[in-house]
Design a protein. Structure first.
Length: 121
């Protein structure tokens, strides 16, 4: 499953449409709290995660996942390229750190590459 976590409903919808057009299943969450409270995450899932959100931000979510010993692959998306955001991405070993607007082909290639690695295991 691909989980999209972003406080911008237009970004959520755009990613969902893109993923669906490629036959990929996704679920969207408008906040990190909503996602973490769903209890749906698994290490084989992919997260597309906005780093800047009100309340629990993306870095806080990564920290919480670490505490729960969960390590799903994460693609960070952000409109604000800041050193703290890059440091967070590096600290938690995310798959990618992408600036909005995200190029569709880049995002899809990352997801497909990850899925291929899982299939080949």
């Amino acid at each position: 499953m691909i989980y999209i976590i972003d406080d911008d409903k237009y970004v959520l919808r755009g990613f969902q449409i893109l993923l669906k057009s490629e036959g990929l299943e996704s679920t969207a969450f408008e906040s990190a709290e909503e996602f973490i409270n769903s209890g749906d995450v698994d290490d084989d899932d992919i997260l597309i995660l906005d780093i800047h959100m009100p309340g629990m931000n993306g870095c806080n979510l990564l920290e919480e996942l670490e505490k729960r010993n969960l390590h799903p692959p994460v693609i960070i998306v952000t409109a604000y390229d800041e050193p703290a955001s890059r440091n967070c991405s590096n600290k938690y070993g995310t798959l990618a750190y992408l600036l909005k607007p995200v190029e569709s082909e880049t995002l899809l290639n990352l997801i497909k590459t990850y899925h291929k690695k899982i299939i080949d295991l």
